[in-house]
Design a protein around this ligand. Sequence first.
Ligand code: IPD
Ligand code: CA
Ligand code: CA
Length: 267
Amino acid sequence: MHPMLNIAIRAARKAGNHIAKSLEKADSVQVSTKGFNDLVTNIDKEAEAMIIESIKSSYPEHCFAGEELGVIEGRDKECQWIIDPLDGTANFVRGLPHYAVSIALKMRGRIEVACVYDPMRNELFTATRGQGAQLNNQRIRASQPRDLTGCLIGTGFPFRAKQHTESYMNLLTSVFTDSADVRRSGSAALDLCYVAAGRLDGFFEFGLKPWDIAAGDLIAREAGAITTDFTGNTNYLASGNVVCGNPRVVKPLLAKIREHANEGMMK
Ligand code: IPD
Ligand code: CA
Ligand code: CA
């Protein structure tokens, strides 16, 4: 195994165990609001601090970009860890057991290793560039449907950007009409991993952040899926607009996005 993946896994498990432990004492979780419909807890922040400390003990010169603690510069500018300590905070604060720790390492501009850890199910999704993707050390592969018919598609609603509700709902109607069904799980990192594992046939969401996407994207691509932005290009880490799945699923999803998404959603 890639030595840096080992380090990522160790950090993800520590953070995941901390998140799971916090459930035993409800009063250990303090919730606050970061922005419109945007919650954060002390556990998100503590988990991120643990991940950084854990990785720094092996790689003290690396850089970090995390959701809660921001960018931390190190001397080695070629290595940056992209961290979402708790993807699915809205689920977590409500006791809905679907969330994960997401850690990716970007080296010279390219994501090299990734892990997403679901502490509730003890499921560890991992990937190293060029070496496939695993769930708990077993190789996983994305599904290979012929078209959207019969597909289960994951998505995320624009709950922080409700001005896009109408366009998004038109898009959703069209996807729902032509697929088998749709899921909105509340964790984009797990959605991408579920595409990797064939649990979902495809996924689309707009307005995500690099820490939501970076690890799950490598895992999905290493499992044979493709990821694009809403224009069919690969600028999704910057735009936050993601379509993922087998090319035969991504293509019709992109056509629907072209038809229904408004300009603000395409940015
Ligand atoms: C959120 C989750 C959710 C997605 C949001 C993300 P957070 O991450 O991934 O599924 O719809 O856009 O922000 O805030 O729980 O880390
Ligand atoms: Ca997130
Ligand atoms: Ca988060």
